[in-house]
Design a protein around this ligand. Structure first.
Ligand SMILES: Nc1ncnc2c1ncn2[C@@H]1O[C@H](COP(=O)(O)OP(=O)(O)O)[C@@H](O)[C@H]1O
Ligand SMILES: [Mg+2]
Length: 318
C-alpha cells in the first residue's frame, strides 16, 4: 500500500442555514486519498457527495474541518497554479463548456495561462488534447451545442486535462449518458488515469459504475461516510445495512456474483412524514436491524478488517 497521500480530509463539515433549520450537508468526513488511485464516493442523492466536491475544489468554504493537499492546508481561496491541480468533470458538461465559446476557446484557456501565446502552437496543443480524449481536431471550431452528450463529456475531460491536474473529481460523469456511451467514457477514463498517473475521486449514486474503476469505496449517508474499504471487499461482504441496500440494486453479471449477492433485498425509501428524528444513526429510521442504542448515539466508524471500516452497532456478520 502506497503511503503517498495526495489529499487528506479531516472531520470536514458543511452546514447550510435554510430559514430556521440547519442542513448538515457534510457532517464530519475523514478520508485519505493516495496518489494515483481512484476512490469511489457513493451514496444516494442528497448524501453530500457534491458538497464534498465543492469543498475540495474551493468553491465553498467548510463550516469546520481541514483539507490537506500534498502536505499543505488547502484553503478555499487559492493561487491559480494550485487551483489548476484539482479539476472537476461534472454530470452536465455544459457547466464547464461555455456555450458562447468554441471548444478551442474553452480548452485553450488553461494552456494560454501557461504562456504559449502562439496561435498555431495553441491549436496544435488543443488538437493533441482532443485526440487524447478520442475527438477529431475539426471539433475545435464548433460550439458545445452542436456536439452529442458523449462528445461534450469528452471535451469537458480535455478541458480538465489541459490544466495538467494531479487530481480529477468526477461528479456523476456518466449519469446523463446512454448506457453504451457511458461504457465508452468509463473505458476512456481508465485509460487516461493510467496514462497520466491521475488521482480520481469518482462520485456516483450508481455502484455498478465504479465497480471496475475504483479500488476503494467510501459510502456516504446523510453527510457521513458510513462504510469505507476496498471495492472488492465491500462488494463481497458489505458491513453496513445501507451499503447492502445499495448493492442489492446492482445488476448481477455472473453466477459467481449471484452467490455473493446479498440475499436480503431491502430497498425502501422513507414515506412522507415517516421520518423520525434520530439522535444516533441517521439510517436508523430505514434500518431493519435497529435497536434502542442506534437511536441514542451516533455509531463511530470502527475497523472491521484490513482497511475496512464501518459506522454501525450491528454490522452484517457472515
Ligand atoms: N447551497 C445549499 N443550501 C442549502 N442546502 C444545500 C445546499 N447545497 C446542498 N444542500 C443540501 O445538502 C444535502 C447534500 O447535497 P449534495 O451535496 O448536493 O448531495 P449529493 O451530491 O450527494 O446528491 C442535500 O440535502 C441538499 O439539499
Ligand atoms: Mg450531487
Amino acid at each position: 500500500m502506497s503511503k503517498d497521500i495526495v489529499l487528506s480530509i479531516h472531520d470536514l463539515k458543511k452546514h447550510y442555514q435554510v430559514q430556521r433549520t440547519v442542513v448538515r450537508a457534510l457532517d464530519g468526513v475523514d478520508l485519505e486519498i493516495n496518489k494515483g488511485e481512484c476512490v469511489g464516493i457513493v451514496g444516494e442523492s442528497g448524501s453530500g457527495k457534491t458538497t464534498l466536491a465543492k469543498l475540495i475544489l474551493g468553491v465553498e468554504s467548510p463550516t469546520s474541518g481541514e483539507l490537506i493537499f500534498s502536505g499543505s492546508t488547502l484553503m478555499p481561496k487559492r493561487a491559480k497554479a494550485l487551483r489548476k491541480k484539482i479539476q472537476v468533470v461534472q454530470q452536465n458538461p455544459m457547466l464547464t463548456l461555455n456555450p458562447k465559446r468554441t471548444i478551442m476557446q474553452t480548452i485553450s484557456l488553461p494552456i494560454r495561462i501557461h504562456g504559449s501565446s502562439n496561435r498555431r502552437q495553441t491549436r496544435d496543443e488543443v488538437a493533441k488534447l482532443l485526440d487524447t480524449v478520442g475527438l477529431a481536431p475539426e471539433i475545435m471550431d464548433r460550439y458545445p451545442s452542436s456536439l452529442s452528450g458523449g462528445q461534450r463529456q469528452r471535451a469537458a475531460l480535455a478541458r480538465a486535462l489541459a490544466a495538467e491536474p494531479e487530481v480529477i473529481i468526477l461528479d456523476e460523469p456518466t449519469s446523463a449518458l446512454d448506457v453504451s456511451v457511458q461504457a465508452r467514457i468509463l473505458f476512456l477514463l481508465r485509460e487516461l488515469q493510467q496514462r497520466f498517473s491521475l488521482t480520481f475521486i469518482f462520485i456516483t449514486h450508481d455502484l455498478s459504475v465504479v465497480r471496475n474503476m475504483a479500488s476503494r469505496l467510501a459510502v456516504m449517508y446523510r453527510g457521513k461516510i458510513i462504510e469505507a474499504g476496498e471495492t472488492r471487499r465491500i462488494f463481497a461482504a458489505p458491513m453496513h445495512h445501507y451499503t447492502t441496500m445499495l448493492l442489492s440494486s446492482v445488476p448481477v453479471v455472473s453466477e459467481e456474483e449471484q452467490l455473493i449477492k446479498p440475499k436480503w433485498t431491502w430497498t425502501r425509501s422513507l414515506f412522507e412524514g415517516e421520518e423520525r428524528h434520530s439522535n444516533g444513526c441517521a439510517f436508523a429510521p430505514r434500518c431493519p436491524k435497529e435497536t434502542v442504542e442506534c437511536w441514542e448515539q451516533i455509531p463511530e466508524n470502527r475497523s472491521v478488517g484490513e482497511q475496512h471500516s464501518v459506522g454501525c452497532y450491528h454490522p452484517n456478520l457472515r
